[in-house]
Design a protein around this ligand. Structure first.
Ligand SMILES: *Cc1c(COP(=O)(O)O)cnc(C)c1O
Length: 379
């Protein structure tokens, strides 16, 4: 089936008792067993819940993987991937990534004996050079957050697989509409479903999608053993979100391209980071690897004063952390999403005091550009 059809139907059989078209919210903690030793596949709701199972099947299908497991947040999904490793294992990760993932690796997982090397994963030679005999995972974000650099997933998978490591891609910035890492050779995809997948800024959640039965079994075991599960209500919200994923993403993409062009033409903007612009260093790779370029853009206003004057004047765009909602969200990475990244790393990556990030929503583009025009006037 096509992607839009899968968004609406994959994993979502009508409910068998009543024929309800929409998967109900199974708000139950346990399930009655007809006799000792016999049950209907559900025993206790941490282990399994039908609303969550429907979402897990749906998200696995959209990412073209065989297995999905949903968690209470994107961070808990990422955490579980690393709990499949052991003390002494090594991870190669992107140097420019979601600040919360860096915090998890550096402040939590290192204490349990995992080691990390951070490299520019858009440079395949740096990736090769960082891999050691004990490397078990190559962890990628592409595009990166917030600098929008692109890594070649197929080439990275080649290098990692030759060394016996698996490739995990955080696909939150794209959603499977824009990019499907498993089709490009990745082993595992993680998402913060909080962002584009749910899409309405009203739920926090995460998912791990994989193709290997063996890896999925470990994730399923950890989902139950650790217990950071997605609630039935949140599972239902994300399912409601994915039904419109294809139409939302199409519009996000159109607005993203138009906004990037507008910003690139504005003399107060020093630089625009967006893979859809022809002057982006990996524009050709992005064109090949992605279906469109998404709606995440960062741009440089030169100084913190400029960024503050601009951000204080936007009205329609909401100054907020997060991304991927139907409404346009705008933020200041240095002080907001990337506050937990050490200052010297921020400097090296280009996360300057004048950098602004925008997650372009699906409003009328004329209204969004009008709002920015007005904000630029006060700068
Ligand atoms: C938001 C985000 C996360 C963390 O997800 P939560 O749902 O907030 O826990 C991880 N990776 C990326 C790229 C994100 O944007």
């Amino acid at each position: 089936m096509g992607f839009a059809t899968d968004c609406i139907h994959a994993g979502q059989e009508p409910e068998p008792h009543t024929g309800a078209v929409t998967i109900p919210i199974y708000q139950t903690s346990t399930y009655v067993q007809p006799e000792l030793g016999r049950h209907k596949g559900y025993e206790y709701a941490r282990t399994k819940n039908p609303t969550r199972s429907a979402l897990e099947a749906n998200l696995a299908a959209l990412e073209r993987g065989r297995h999905g497991h949903c968690f209470a947040s994107g961070m808990s999904a990422i955490d579980v991937v690393f709990r499949t490793l052991q003390a002494g294992d090594h991870v190669v990760a992107g140097e420019d990534m979601y600040g919360g993932s860096f915090r998890l690796f550096h402040r939590v997982l290192e204490k349990f004996g995992l080691t990390f090397t951070y490299v520019d994963t858009s440079n395949i030679d740096s990736v090769s050079a960082a891999i050691k005999p004990e490397t078990k995972v190559l962890y990628l974000e592409t595009p990166t957050n917030p600098m929008m650099r692109i890594s070649d997933i197929a080439a990275c998978a080649d290098v990692a697989h030759r060394a016996g490591a698996m490739v995990v891609v955080d696909n939150t910035f794209c959603s499977p509409y824009i990019q499907r890492p498993i089709e490009l050779g990745a082993d595992v995809v993680v998402h913060s479903t909080t962002k584009f997948l749910n899409g309405h800024s009203d739920s926090v959640g995460g998912v791990v999608v994989s193709n290997s039965d063996e890896f999925a079994e470990k994730v399923g075991f950890l989902q139950n053993a650790v217990g950071a599960i997605l609630s039935p209500f949140d599972s239902w919200l994300v399912l409601r979100g994915t039904k419109t994923l294809a139409v939302r993403m199409k519009r996000h993409e159109e607005n993203g391209v138009a906004m990037a062009r507008y910003l690139a033409s504005n003399r107060k903007v020093k630089k625009v980071n967006y893979p859809g612009l022809p002057d982006h260093p990996q524009h050709a790779l992005a064109k090949r690897q992605m279906n469109g370029f998404g709606s995440m853009i960062s741009f440089e206003l030169g100084t913190r004063e400029n960024a503050k004057a601009f951000l204080d004047r936007v009205k329609l765009c909401s100054l907020a952390e997060s991304l991927g909602g139907v409404e346009t969200l705008i933020s200041h990475p240095e002080s907001m999403t990337h506050g937990s990244v050490p200052p010297e790393n921020r400097k090296r990556l280009g996360i300057t005091p004048g950098l602004v990030r925008i997650s372009v929503g699906i409003e009328d583009i004329e209204d969004l550009i009008g709002d920015l025009e007005n904000a630029f006037e006060g700068m």
